[in-house]
Design a protein around this ligand. Structure first.
Ligand SMILES: *Cc1c(COP(=O)(O)O)cnc(C)c1O
Length: 385
């Protein structure tokens, strides 16, 4: 069957998952090798050195490209190193418009490392009128969107913004980590590139750090391949193999994450000790309509505000146990964290306040455990405050 005709649930298992042609092994081998023997100088089977190419990585790239309906995919040693390659690709002094509520590490990479090279401006990408004015005036080379954002779960209209970008020949790049390719496909909506931290939902088992970028342009492929090889943030064969294994259950996991998250969001919304809940699947979400339009589901991430301050938050976080207190997200196990102290500490306090990342804000990455157990665990936390 042609890859393009396969449904998502089939692609995750079969694209890049073909049996080993030499032995028939149903699971592809891990090509844990740095180099490849040549029959004569310059004569080889397409593989010379693992920084540039590796067969296990190639399989993963084929699979992930198919999931985003992309022609090309590169996987990297971390999500941030994928973002780094994209920034390296721009000519020095480029103007970059970036969403104002992006992942803390992305903010740090752009504002403290690549600010030496490019001109970044952080803007609210949910305000389309202001954004269009900004795009027309500043003619950026690149627009960086994260949607939904982290941790405020703000949603930006990908097709509207990509169309604005096209008018000034700006590349629109979407960090699609939170939805995974299962719930959102930015290239179908007009974006030029998609970026993922594979560390999160794509791998889904909290045992790999990795990144991926997908796109259709052959010109971008040449540029990114050159930089990946010249700089060297390629993913190891073993980690690529682990992600190939993890991604097989992506569709199953995303359905389970979302079913649990929806129930927990509704539970929290009714809870007397909760001030406010942010979840794209709730009608109370300010961009619920755009969420329904551009996503096929609402994901497993929930942000909520406790009634209280830092002391209540600390007590709550110390009292839950199934929800493990840890940074990161997207694994099968439920995680809980405090963005102001943990993931978003690299964002200056005044910027955090402006974005609404207050001391009573708690972020959940809802896992795929039994829903009643998860709710019981949260009840224990509430009973302690
Ligand atoms: C984790 C994360 C990243 C960075 O990815 P790493 O794999 O940790 O380098 C980027 N964007 C989002 C939305 C993330 O959650």
């Amino acid at each position: 069957m042609n890859t393009k005709d396969m449904k998502f649930e089939t692609k995750v298992i079969h694209v890049g998952g073909e049996p080993d042609p030499v032995t028939g092994a149903i699971m592809p081998p891990i090509y844990q090798t740095s180099t490849y023997v040549q029959s004569s100088p310059g004569e080889h089977k397409g593989y010379e050195y693992t920084r540039s190419h590796n067969p296990t990585r190639t399989r993963l790239e084929e699979c992930l490209a198919s999931l985003e309906n992309a022609k090309h995919c590169f996987v990297t040693a971390s999500g941030l190193s994928a973002s780094m390659l994209i920034m390296q690709m721009l000519p020095h002094g480029s103007k970059v418009l970036c969403g104002d509520d992006v992942y803390g590490g992305t903010y740090r990479l752009f504002s403290k490392v690549f600010n030496q090279m490019h001109d970044f401006e952080f803007v609210d990408t949910t305000d389309l009128v202001a954004l269009e004015k900004k795009i027309t005036e500043s003619k950026p080379a690149l627009i960086w969107l994260e949607t939904p954002t982290n941790p405020m779960l703000k949603i930006s209209d990908i097709s509207a913004i990509a169309a604005m970008g096209k008018k000034v020949k700006a590349l629109t790049v979407v960090d699609n980590t939170f939805m995974s390719p299962y719930f959102q496909n930015p290239l179908n909506l007009g974006a030029d590139m998609v970026v993922h931290s594979m560390t999160k939902f794509i791998n889904g088992h909290s045992d790999v750090v990795g990144g991926a970028m997908m796109f259709n342009s052959d010109e971008l492929k040449e540029k990114i391949f050159f930089l990946q090889n010249a700089i060297g943030p390629s993913q190891s064969p073993f980690d690529s193999w682990l992600v190939l294994r993890g991604v097989k259950t992506l569709a199953l996991r995303m359905k389970a994450h979302q079913a649990n998250a929806m129930k927990i969001a509704q539970f929290l919304e009714k809870h007397p000790k909760v001030d406010k809940v942010i979840y794209p699947g709730l009608e109370s979400h300010p961009q619920h309509a755009i969420a329904k339009k551009q996503m096929s589901g609402f994901g497993g991430m929930i942000t909520f505000f406790l009634k209280g301050g830092i002391n209540e938050s600390r007590k709550f976080l110390e009292s839950v146990h199934l929800f493990a207190l840890a940074e990161s997200l997207g694994g099968v196990e439920s995680l809980i964290e405090h963005p102001a102290i943990m993931t978003h500490a690299s964002i200056p306090a005044d910027v955090r306040q402006k974005l609404g990342i207050h001391d009573n804000l708690i972020r959940l990455s809802v896992g795929v455990e039994d829903i009643d157990d998860l709710i019981k665990d949260l009840e224990i936390g509430f009973s302690k405050i």
